[in-house]
Unconditional design. Structure first.
Length: 205
């Protein structure tokens, strides 16, 4: 996996349960799609799948606030042709591959502009998010309390009653071990709280 990361030049971020931010593109699309489908379906809520094609096409042909382009434009290098649009113009190319070369140039410009817009939006949102946000880091051997995700009442504890041991780190993802059972689970850093009391090797105070 690390060799693929280096070859393709991407950063592999592990996904954790109850923390879907690492799948942000998918989660953002799902949120938009659910809202639109819920507006179109009938009161019996049994025909939502009839509108999927229309909703997806509307999403793909709409300009996104972050990129300032529609997904259709970034994929095909042009705006989609709708039935109400005028007939498309005809182009003459001297060579069979001339259109492909032309399309490559168009897509390169679109992608460069979209990347620039994405980086600007990311920088803006990061500054806003980091204003009052703590950024704790943990080491192997640290003990932490973990968030309880099961259904609970308003007065029930939000975090585990006993500390757990961090056995592997890949910030912001951590592998935490419950020492009495040996069970290990992956948590996002936002679902951990540091233990401020001194605990012995067996987890006792």
């Amino acid at each position: 996996m690390r060799a693929l990361q280096h070859f393709f030049g991407y950063n592999h971020i592990l996904s954790t349960p109850y923390h879907p931010q690492t799948n942000g593109v998918v989660e953002r699309f799902n949120a938009s799609m659910v809202v639109q489908v819920s507006k179109l379906q009938q009161k019996h809520h049994n025909n939502w799948d009839d509108y999927l094609d229309a909703v997806i096409f509307a999403y793909n042909s709409s300009k996104h606030r972050t990129t300032q382009y529609s997904p259709f434009e970034l994929l095909f290098g042009r705006s989609p042709k709708l039935p109400i649009d005028s007939p498309p113009r005809y182009f003459h190319f001297d060579r069979p591959n001339a259109y492909f070369v032309h399309l490559q140039k168009i897509l390169q410009v679109y992608h460069q502009h979209a990347k620039f817009n994405i980086l600007n939006q990311q920088s803006y949102h990061k500054r806003y998010y980091d204003q009052n946000r703590p950024d704790p880091h943990y080491n192997v051997g640290d003990r932490v309390f973990t968030r309880i995700f099961a259904a609970r009442g308003k007065l029930d504890p939000r975090y585990s009653a006993e500390p757990k041991l961090i056995v592997q780190t890949n910030h912001p993802t951590y592998i935490v071990k419950h020492e009495p059972t040996g069970f290990e689970h992956r948590y996002h850093v936002s679902d951990l709280r540091p233990v401020t009391l001194a605990y012995g090797d067996n987890g006792s105070i």
